[in-house]
Design a protein around this ligand. Structure first.
Ligand SMILES: [Zn+2]
Ligand SMILES: [Zn+2]
Length: 331
């Protein structure tokens, strides 16, 4: 009992006993089919444009036309976007791992929207579908449903990383998020998604132009803080879907192929402890051992410490032990 309450003694709530999924929810709310088509076209643009920006950045690097301020703007924008996705879209909205005040929720979701991964409600609905059927039929981006040959496995990895956005079924996505569709903050932020995504490109340009007042400064801000940053955030986020269902360790006995991958955990500020996350989807912390660095989790603990977050869910030691499989690392 003393062990069980270890995290509760520190003031945390224990995680929900069953993984959160939308499979049993019956509200018949669908995304508008026309909106789904727009989302797919938007996905094409948001995949191709940052890629072209990255090519341009590589050519500038080759000519050594890059300044420390470019990299500083890139780093700050990268951190803000990753926090927006990890703390905002994923832990706060999709899994309701903690609660906070509406203005903080709005800021986190606007930062997440700047990552150009789709409107927050779309992101949450796809991700809940992933948890409801992880690595089974119905999972929008599993790498494991394409066959066993080398080529089929490569096709699966591509599908999990990028390809799913162009082929996945986006109908009835609203079914997975009836609770979120009641949230006026989320509805409003989702509706103006393109504004926030555009702001995420414009803002670093304006900031760099204020520091280096010139057209060149503005353009480099757009390139490094906008397109290159989106390219990097995209591939780190998508690697959680692909790499973290293929390579890493599996300490918890989940029914899927989710893994913990320390490199992805560092790059994604904690999201790479993905096997932990599939074991305890509603946990605000993804790093469950002291050495599992989880910057997004630390931010939530900090918010809680200063009174800006509450009902922060963390699995008790007993809950963790009941799922621990002590399996050998998979490759
Ligand atoms: Zn997963
Ligand atoms: Zn999740």
């Amino acid at each position: 009992m003393a062990q069980e309450s270890s995290s509760e003694e520190a003031g945390f709530r224990q995680v929900d006993p069953t993984p959160q999924s939308g499979s049993g929810q019956s509200l018949q709310v669908a995304l508008n089919p026309a909106a789904a088509k727009v989302l797919r076209r938007t996905a094409l643009v948001t995949v191709v444009l940052p890629f072209l920006g990255m090519l341009m950045a590589v050519s500038l690097l080759w000519q050594r036309w890059v300044y420390p301020i470019d990299l500083a703007v890139l780093a700050v924008m990268y951190a803000l976007s990753i926090i927006g996705i990890g703390v905002g879209f994923h832990r706060l909205v999709t899994h309701r791992a903690f609660e906070t005040y509406p203005p903080i929720k709005a800021v986190l979701c606007i930062l997440g929207s700047m990552a150009a991964e789709g409107p927050v409600l779309f992101w949450a609905s796809i991700h809940r579908r992933h948890h409801a059927a992880s690595d089974r039929e119905g999972d929008p981006h599993s790498p494991h449903l394409h066959g066993a040959t080398f080529l089929e496995a490569m096709r699966g990895a591509w599908h999990a990383h990028v390809g799913w956005m162009f082929v996945s079924n986006t109908s009835q996505l609203g079914r997975t998020i009836p609770d979120l569709l009641q949230d006026r903050v989320l509805l409003r932020i989702s509706r103006y998604y393109l504004v926030w995504a555009g702001l995420g490109i414009l803002l670093p340009g304006v900031v760099e132009a204020m520091i280096v007042p010139s057209v060149g400064g503005f353009a480099r801000g757009l390139l490094w803080g906008g397109f290159v940053r989106i390219f990097m955030v995209h591939h780190v986020s998508w690697s959680i879907n692909s790499i973290c269902h293929l390579f890493g360790t599996r300490p918890y006995s989940n029914s899927d192929h989710s893994t913990n991958n320390i490199l992805m955990a560092l790059l994604s500020f904690g999201e790479g402890w993905h096997n932990n996350h599939h074991a305890f989807p509603s946990s605000a912390l993804h790093g469950l051992r002291w050495w599992q660095i989880d910057f997004s989790g630390y931010i939530i603990v900090l918010l809680r410490t200063v009174g800006l977050a509450w009902n922060v869910k963390v699995p008790t030691r007993t809950q963790q032990n009941s799922r621990y499989a002590n399996q050998r690392p998979t490759v």
